[in-house]
Design a protein around this ligand. Structure first.
Ligand code: ATP
Ligand code: LTN
Length: 336
């Protein structure tokens, strides 16, 4: 299908280049984007402006940004089918965020779960950007008149505040923004930590055994799954009091493309040792070709620069339309 034949509906999503991506990012976000790119007009960004809300080493941030672009493509995102770009290359994001800030209350931002979590994690750096993170995210989404936002379940609160801010703006200044909906895929919506299965797997976790990275080699993946926290009852079933095993079943089902019930059946009567090995092998088999393709792409910096350059131009064109409308509505002088 070419770009013109797609639905008019706009889809937007992004990942921060704030660390090595985990299988949670893959299953909860990027993998779903690949399917959706054929149905909708898609904008996929690398959210470097969000990433600096936590301290980043500049050279590393730049390297990760390019690695993430290569990874998107290696996972199956086709730059001919969608707009793939780096957030900071399109200044309209910062500009709209400033306007939206004036419609957002401090109390609302203080109540955001991610803000509370990250403030607790980085008490030495509770900066304004960290608090303002959801407003920048609202700007990302609203700039493109987005209908759908595919994300993992942890981002639901940010989507709700985006909708609130958009409705508030529309009520005050007249219809300007389309009100977006979340698109949260049930399977794999939340992959949890292998070491603390009650919490989500996160790319910024300090314990490297807690997360499986997309860049991990086969041996590392097998080792991490072997060490994953389970329990002592040795039955492979999903249950509330078995968060470790449930998480592994969820991972297995997500990578195998089966249901949890089917996975339970497959491991009926087998012990944790066999089960963990199977989970590790399944994950490693899916990741191997992605890793090879990412490596190939990273060797061609000119190609990546071309893709991101064209992406930023495309995004800029779409974003400018909304931003001009916003500036007109709020009464900024535009020279006529
Ligand atoms: P950080 O640890 O730096 O906050 P993160 O791993 O939570 O990062 P984000 O960049 O915040 O990753 O998220 C990118 C996308 O991946 C989002 O759509 C998010 O919902 C999804 N995602 C992140 N972690 C998981 C997870 N454990 N399970 C499912 N989806 C996830
Ligand atoms: N906060 C998001 C990353 C992100 C995003 C967005 C997701 C930044 N801007 C716009 C969807 C739409 C996260 O996933 N942690």
């Amino acid at each position: 299908m070419n770009m013109e034949e797609k639905q008019e509906k706009v889809l937007y999503s992004a990942v921060q280049p704030s660390g090595n991506l985990t299988i949670g990012n893959y299953v909860g976000a990027i993998r779903n984007w690949v399917k959706l790119q054929h149905e909708f007009t898609c904008f996929y960004a690398i959210a470097d402006m969000h990433a600096i809300t936590v301290r980043q080493e500049p050279a590393e941030l730049r390297r990760r940004t390019l690695e993430l672009a290569a990874l998107y493509i290696a996972c199956g995102i086709d730059p001919e089918q969608c707009t793939l770009y780096v957030q900071s290359n399109v200044p309209a994001h910062a500009e709209l965020a400033w306007v939206l800030n004036t419609l957002t209350y401090v109390g609302e931002m203080e109540r955001m779960t991610q803000f509370k979590d990250k403030s607790a994690k980085h008490p030495e750096n509770v900066n304004m950007g960290l608090m303002d993170y959801p407003v920048l995210m609202a700007a990302d989404i609203l700039l493109y008149q987005t209908d759908l936002v595919p994300v993992g379940i942890d981002q639901r609160q940010h989507l709700e505040i985006t909708r609130d801010i958009a409705i508030r703006f529309n009520n005050r200044y007249g219809e300007t923004f389309r009100i977006p909906e979340g698109y949260i895929v049930k399977e794999g919506a939340k992959i949890n930590s292998l070491q603390d299965p009650l919490h989500k797997m996160s790319k910024s976790d300090e314990n490297p055994n807690a997360s499986v990275y997309l860049a991990d080699d086969r041996d590392t993946i097998l080792r991490k799954f072997r060490r994953a926290v389970t329990d002592s009852d040795n039955r492979v079933i999903a249950a509330e009091d078995k968060p470790g095993v449930t998480n592994l079943l969820n991972i297995y089902a997500s990578f195998k493309g089966c249901t949890i019930a089917e996975a339970e059946k497959e491991f009926d009567g087998k012990g944790y040792g066999d089960f963990k090995l199977a989970v590790g092998e399944t994950v490693a088999d899916v990741l191997a070709p992605i890793q090879a393709e990412q490596k190939r792409l990273l060797a061609d910096k000119a190609y990546l620069a071309g893709v991101l350059g064209r992406g930023a131009e495309n995004a800029f064109r779409a974003a400018r339309r909304t931003l001009s409308k916003v500036y007109r509505k709020i009464g900024f002088y535009r020279g006529e």
